[in-house]
Design a protein around this ligand. Sequence first.
Ligand code: BEZ
Ligand code: FE
Length: 301
Amino acid sequence: MELFSEDRSAQVVAASFANTLDPRLRQLLAALVRHLHAFAKEVELTEQEWGAAIDFLTRTGQKCDDVRQEFVLLSDVLGISMLVETINHRTGGTSTESTVLGPFHMVESPPRELGDNIALDGKGELCLVTGRVTGTDGEPLAGALVDVWQANENGFYDVQQPDVQPERNLRGLFTADEDGRFWFRTIVPRYYPIPDDGPVGELLAATSRHPNRPAHVHFIATASGYRPVTTHLFVDDSPYLNSDAVFGVKESLIRRFPLIDDPARAAEAGLPNPFRTVHFDIALLRADQKQPTQRNRHDGP
Ligand code: BEZ
Ligand code: FE
């Protein structure tokens, strides 16, 4: 076996993994070692800096428990969560784009009837959300499940304020009608900071980054025979749309929430007049549709 040297460090270490039986694991380790060694060489990493990094990662692990996943948060603020999500859910411009799941889908959304109001405490600016789940050819997906959850008008999820908000506030699992349509009442969410009282918060502060996410409603849409999508609907006039702490914003997911002044429509929706509305259609790829690759999207024939 070749001995370690600065010049050939990555090759020597990669060779130590050469007998890895799983070819994918071998490939992952070889690339990881190559990039890590190149990084240390590029920045001439000092022992003190590497020690600080180990300490940071140790504290990141120590911050994790059943409800707090600081490593996922680290992956989020480094943009890796969004990159992995995007690589694995390419749409080819035909289906709804995906974005991060986030840590607040920790409880199951309660099944609700179409039209229900998920703002259980009635606080906030009321809003009618409408949309339709289809395939990429526009075929309606009757019975599609639409799971939604969001923060309240102060930027907190129910699970963050168990003594303030009713349990399962601003969460619902809806079943689309025979035409793939769904509708429900909620409130306009507010932007909020990701948990920043741990090592990830220290990293943001040390790099003069804010911890905020623009206002959004989370969606997971599923339908039999189609690929599920985990996504958000973003409020178009929210602060931080251009500087989301976790890089989750995609242009195609931003929607206007116009104020409607129409007493008849308000009465029909069961909302006081005037009220806000938003329309969000969701298109799913068929399960047997090949995922577009980065190569064939950019390289042409
Ligand atoms: C969220 O949108 O719920 C979220 C996503 C990533 C990190 C923290 C929160
Ligand atoms: Fe969120």
